[in-house]
Design a protein around this ligand. Structure first.
Ligand code: NAD
Length: 499
């Protein structure tokens, strides 16, 4: 019988009250990996109540002690890195090197943020008045609702959960319906690490528990990662409810290749950036904007390299690219390839479902390179989220930057050149949250802020110390030790100016 993955509420593993379940299947093989309970609003209400009850004791646990529990969770993830990585490959398809990277990011994030347990600094400042102490401190918000996608099933939950807990919040995690297993394995680790009952709660299922979490009046903050379409709905609802919300949403990431770029580096970097995680990274490169002198070479080299990518089950050592997450994602990618053809772009390689021995039961799509793409085409404007990359010609750097910026998204971009002046001009003028020089558009590090401009985000950042701003607010404290009434905000006599 398939393993059953359940909710975790108030320190107990429980079935959703409605009794519904859904199978979890390996997108490369169709193998059933388990069955996940499917939650409704009443399960969310129970999870929020448990989180609410655990909030005061957790918020009053000294931050360095909270951090110790998180350190222990990182150590357990280190011990189980291989087991978690292999299950992640089976659950969502990306190759083992990538799932090991995903697990490592959770480890890195936990060690990095747990260090803040002893550095959750506010500041002291001189008061306007004598005999008065003034300082400010970070305080938690309450119950944090965390809603996550399937493409980084451990890293993304950890980017949210670790800073939320460190700051003294309690959480309810609602992972993507495609990846309940990794979420459950993570929560088991947190339980083993000694997170007290109610501090972390897990509700599995589809969009309904996500909506219920956003709607719940006792949830103080929502941290969401997913598509822009869903994120904007979440934001609208949070705005109605006066709730804080942090959004990490879609992208249409671009790499500029200037005439003087190193062609081998460009090919290596962009194959990885466009087809890593089967193009399903939020930072995946989906537009290559090349100066006229190198466009043809870049497109042909990339097409040749794309044709050599070995597709298959991510558990096999020779595999370089796994499947898409689902049949609906496969249909979506195929539909966009059709749209690109109709718009007049030319498919240099790929463009269809990948077939062959070992691929029969999975959602495999061939790495696809479009040439002759114009910046206004739908394939150059909309997020496809698959192994499809456009090559667009630009007249010069200014034209290339205008094309990079000419989409509604703003997550990551890169520029390839050996000319430092042109590189830094590009950095200055590109309007994305992350900019790379001589590197693809993927590869964030946890100690720098992560997030995007425009329709990719709403100004918050994950990663870096900036993430603490999502999960805390500021309390200003004034202590008057004069023993008399000192009136603030009343005009007082100041020393007269000598004329
Ligand atoms: P999605 O928007 O379909 O779902 C994300 C999560 O939201 C899931 O857990 C889903 O169940 C939940 N959800 C759906 N409707 C909801 C609602 N009305 N209220 C509350 N929750 C709801 O996204 P996905 O397909 O899981 O992930 C792919 C998308 O995520 C892509 O657009 C990708 O660019 C984006 N993404 C962005 C980043 C980033 O940091 N910017 C990182 C990873 C993925």
């Amino acid at each position: 019988m398939a393993d059953l993955y359940r909710n975790y509420i108030g320190g107990k593993w429980v079935d959703a009250r409605g009794g519904a379940t859904a199978e979890v299947r390996n997108p490369a093989t169709g193998e059933v990996l388990g069955v996940a309970t499917q939650s409704g609003a009443e399960d969310v209400a129970a999870a929020v109540a448990a989180a609410r009850a655990a909030y005061d004791p957790w918020r009053k646990t000294p931050a360095p002690r909270r951090a110790e529990v998180l350190y222990r969770s990182a150590e357990l993830i280190v011990e189980r890195k291989e087991e978690l990585s292999r299950m992640m490959t089976r659950e969502m398809g990306k190759i083992l090197d990538e799932t090991r990277g995903d697990v490592q990011e959770a480890i890195d994030m936990t060690y990095f943020i747990a260090g803040e347990g002893r550095r959750l600094h506010g500041y002291t400042t001189p008061s306007e008045m004598p005999d008065k102490l003034a300082f400010c401190q970070r305080v938690p918000l309450g119950v944090a609702g965390l809603i996550t996608p399937w493409n980084f099933p451990l890293a993304i939950p950890s980017w949210k959960l670790v800073p939320a807990l460190l700051a003294g919040n309690t959480v309810v995690l609602k992972p993507a319906p495609e990846t309940p297993i990794l979420a459950a394995l993570y929560v088991r680790i947190l339980e083993e690490a000694g997170v007290p009952p109610g501090v972390v709660n897990l509700v599995l299922g589809g969009d309904e528990p996500g909506k219920a979490l956003v709607d719940h009046p006792d949830v103080a903050v929502i941290s969401f990662t997913g598509s822009t379409e869903t994120g904007l709905k979440v934001a609208a609802r949070c705005s109605e409810l006066g709730k804080r919300v942090s959004l990490e949403m879609g992208g249409k990431n671009a790499a500029i290749v200037l005439d003087d770029a190193d062609p081998d580096l460009v090919a290596d970097a962009l194959v990885w950036s466009a087809f890593g995680t089967t193009g399903q990274r939020c930072t995946a490169c989906s537009r290559i904007i090349a100066e006229a002198g190198v466009r043809k070479l870049v497109a042909e080299t990339l097409a040749e390299r794309a044709g050599q990518v070995r597709i298959g089950d991510g558990l096999l050592p020779q595999t370089q690219m796994g499947p898409l997450i689902s049949s609906s994602q496969l249909d979506r990618v195929a539909a966009y390839v059709g749209i690109g053809r109709e718009e007049g772009a030319k498919v240099l390689v790929g463009g269809s479902r990948a077939t062959g021995a070992g691929l029969e039961k999975g959602w495999f799509f061939s790495p696809t390179v479009f040439d002759g793409v114009k910046p206004g085409m739908r394939i150059a404007q909309e997020e496809i989220f698959g192994p499809v990359v456009d090559v667009i010609e630009a007249r010069d750097l200014a034209d290339a930057v205008a094309i990079v910026n000419g989409v509604k998204y703003g997550l990551s971009a890169s520029v390839f050149t050996r000319d430092i002046n042109r590189a830094l001009k590009a950095v200055e003028d590109i309007h994305t949250g992350i900019v790379y020089v001589n590197h693809g558009t993927t590869g964030a590090e946890v100690h720098l802020p992560f997030g995007g401009t425009k329709a990719t985000g709403n100004g918050h950042r994950e990663g870096g110390l900036q993430v603490l701003d999502v999960f805390t607010e500021w309390r200003s404290v004034y202590v008057d030790y004069s023993g008399r009434l000192q009136r603030a905000q009343i005009d007082v006599e100041r020393p007269a100016r000598k004329s």
